[in-house]
Design a protein around this ligand. Sequence first.
Ligand code: ADP
Length: 667
Amino acid sequence: MSSSLVKSLARFYDLKPLHAQKHTGNGGGDAKKSQTATSHSSKSSFSLIEGRVDALCSQVDKLLALQEAVMSRLDVISRERALEKNVEHLLNVVHGDMRTVKKQAEQQAKRLDALERPLNALQYAVSLIAEVLKHSPLSELLKSTHTHAGKGLKSKDGVEKPKVCLKGLKSQKKKKPPDVADAAQTDLEEVQKLNQQNAELSHGTAETAACAAEHLDFIKDEQEPEEKKREELQAVEQKEEAEKDEQREISNEQDKQETKRPEDLCVPDVPRCESSAVYQESSEEHCELTGSTKRRVTEENLEKDDLKKSRVEQRSEEVEGSEEQKSEDDAAKEGTKEPEEPEGEKKEGETIAEEYIIDCSPPPPAPFEHRVVTSKTQQITAYYTINREEVLGGGRFGMVHKCVEKSSGLTLAAKIIKARSQKEKEVVKSEIEVMNQLNHANLIQLYAAYESRYDVTLVMEYVEGGELFDRIIDENYKLTELDTVLFIRQITEGLQYMHKMYILHLDLKPENILCVSRETNKVKIIDFGLARRYKPREKLRVNFGTPEFLAPEVINYEFVSFPTDMWSLGVITYMLLSGLSPFLGDDDNETLNNILECKWGFEEAEFEDISEEAKDFIKRLLVQSKGWRMSASQSLKHPWLSDRSLHYRLHQKKNKCHSTRAPPPES
Ligand code: ADP
């Protein structure tokens, strides 16, 4: 290749002057000499030129090699560019596809959601209708007819009645569930690890979106007027009412026709909750936050004090006679107010519903202002005297002692939590963070926190009335249904506040409800060790303690949310009213199965005297599907917690709960 190039380059090199010199030198002797000299010099210059040409050739060769290298590099680069472009194009295509898939998934989730809602509504409506039918005189008539005829409606009835394994419940009657301290060996680190795994595992797209929507609905429910749900409820209840009327008419017709009908076929109308009316009526009156509720009750009492007195006392004299003093004592104990005289004059013969205003005032606040606490590293003993002898309670991870602040003399409770590793300390700090956000009279308040090498101590408001649990199991304590109303109202108010702050308690049980004193029915919620900020995608796995209070979604390792606390409220209500644990089986497995199958009922004798409203309240909380459970706000509007005439009836009846039930009144 280089030689051909040399030739082509030689073409540009002009040799003519040399040839011309050669021809002109042929004339004389001098000329010959000079010719020889010239020929000699031309030879040398030719060789010089040749040398230059060679040098040029080698340079050209180098240049060419360089060019070749540059060309091949350019080639590689251009190929790479093409590849890059291809990849870019491919990426764009993939992005586009992903977007389409995501959109489709979202649409699919929405469609599924839309399909699920009417299905749930239908299920709910069917259960309500079945419930109405169950209590309707027509159904009793049919049942009775079928009983006479042999087997008939049995299967239909069977569907409605919860198949409760009474054996298990009976054997567990009034039994204190195993103390959570028994499970103290359970490692905190393990729980945390699991929960962290849960959080990591619970990432999804469509599932999450659907779930978030569901939870946002619930939050909306909590924070805005629940008009939509109320309308749905109203519609169902109106339908229910219409059906009831229709059945009553049919039954009346039959009554008229069958004059010879045996007496045992006449079924008294089972009292039912006139929920829709009361739900609405009470929404503003009874759902104020505790502070304002107190104000309202006090004002009302002042205004109506004179009116109330004469009428109630008259009635008491007539009906109860010597019972009067006892009733007043009970009212003082219950923290309830005198019955209220309805407005306007009572005309002769006219029956006016008697009302009873329960004491909705909050418990005494903590003896200090709400404070935002950060854990200090100083020695706690420099500031507090901890009474190690006086153990207020043993928790999962440590002990709670009574303590006194040296500077102020304030009596407080010190919860000493074992926390060696940084991770364990972080867990306790999350409890501190949660408590820092909660400023409500029904929620225990945090005063200070100290951390040392091996533990973190939470210094809290001290309450001396003991665990609500002890009242459930104390046979000497006369717990009435109205007492239970007061307890549950306060717990619900605490929960409503927590949920409004987007915080889930997730460990509600009677042991975590403390009575402010032995004399009043004021309570406070404690133990925010498992409480957390609501995160739509977070699942919770709990592997400690007794499973009695776990909601199905916790056992199923599904998303936990506000209704998870509402389930626990249902369990607590059931326990307070009956002294029985609704799902407690012979062992943990049986208990878990009972929960998963939502196997519970009111068949126990303990529920004989309990009002239908109380049962309805529980029914609306112990619902397997968490979307259908009442929210805290809805619970506060439920007749059992808000209907004054019902409270009046309960006050008159003074029906005792569970083992403390009074013997039936002599007729
Ligand atoms: P843990 O988170 O370890 O279960 P808790 O907060 O539930 O601990 O407290 C354990 C027990 O200590 C409670 O059941 C209660 O009897 C008692 N206790 C806790 N806090 C207080 C308090 N502020 N005042 C009085 N007793 C308390």
